[in-house]
Design a protein around this ligand. Structure first.
Ligand SMILES: [Zn+2]
Length: 113
């Protein structure tokens, strides 16, 4: 899948990702995501959100990851077949003076919905 990467200092603190289709602000703190978000995956933790439409797909990916030690969920997601309307936006930040030293989140979008 197309993978756009956004990197910024302290991004996790202040950055809010807007949906480029409907403009909805995705807010992990209250788990508020618009219908165009397929999943939110935190590589160091787990899925933060999976849309009802994506649950089956993610479950299949999870089975593959469980079966094959040489792969992980992040690479499975990034290597999903691209369509014109689906893509991943990666949000990353590093260099907190306190707290976690880095933060990454993968937002899967499907604008065809
Ligand atoms: Zn949207």
């Amino acid at each position: 899948m197309q993978n756009l990467s956004l990197q910024n200092e302290n991004l996790a603190d202040s950055f809010r990702l807007h949906c480029i289709k409907c403009g909805h602000v995705q807010d992990p703190e209250i788990s508020s995501y618009c219908e165009h978000v397929s999943f939110v995956f935190l590589p160091d933790y787990d899925f933060e959100y999976i849309s009802p439409e994506s649950e089956e797909l993610i479950a299949k990916l999870q089975e593959s990851v469980d079966r094959d030690d040489s792969t992980d969920m992040e690479s499975m997601l990034v290597n999903l077949p691209s369509t014109k309307s689906s893509f991943i936006i990666e949000i990353g930040s590093a260099g907190f003076s306190c707290g976690p030293s880095s933060f990454r989140a993968l937002y899967g979008f499907d604008l065809a919905i």
